[in-house]
Write a protein that binds this ligand. Structure first.
Ligand SMILES: [Zn+2]
Length: 173
């Protein structure tokens, strides 16, 4: 796996609130195909936007950037309403953000998508193992809120393919 480059956010998108109980990880895409829209650029976007938007990690073909510590919440799956799965993850007034680590995949047109895909799978496998979770604790943003994110994995076969890769990586020493 690529080394994790810590570039923690310094604005309101790192609210420094604790994760209550880690229940899983969520896969996203940045939806930004612009040239240069890589992991550092997306981290810098989170660090400057006035929108509530952040994730724990942003991954591109060469870098894994960490924006938020694993034990703090990020703003990646907040919504006005949730799917059945999303509702089962939240607790009382605490939204699913209090229970989930978010990973953003970059889709910048000057990046190598196959490498980004693999780097993301390796990070997901690492985190699931680290926190004694299973591949079934890995979700798409789509699963939690119905948003079409990550767009290239809304197709169930594509999602299964990614899950199988993560599962395989988890079984390797
Ligand atoms: Zn998303």
């Amino acid at each position: 796996m690529l080394p994790i480059t810590k570039m923690l956010l310094t604005n309101q998108n790192r609210p420094k609130k604790k994760i209550l109980k880690l229940k899983g990880i969520v896969i996203h895409w940045t939806a930004n195909t612009g040239k240069g829209a890589n992991a550092v650029a997306n981290r810098n976007y989170f660090n400057t936007t006035t929108r509530a938007a952040s994730a724990h990690y942003v991954v591109d073909d060469k870098t894994i950037v960490q924006c938020i510590p694993d034990d703090e919440i990020a703003y990646h799956v907040g919504a006005a309403s949730y799917t059945r799965a999303g509702n089962s993850l939240k607790e009382g007034v605490y939204s699913p953000n209090y229970f989930l680590i978010g990973i953003e995949m970059c889709v910048n047109s000057d990046g190598n998508w196959a490498k980004t895909y693999n780097n993301t799978a390796e990070l997901a496998a690492f985190l699931l193992k680290k926190y004694k979770l299973t591949v079934n604790n890995m979700y798409r943003h789509y699963d939690i809120t119905g948003k079409d994110c990550p767009k290239m994995m809304i197709d169930e076969n594509e999602w299964l393919k990614f899950k199988n890769l993560v599962h395989k990586l988890m079984s390797q020493k």
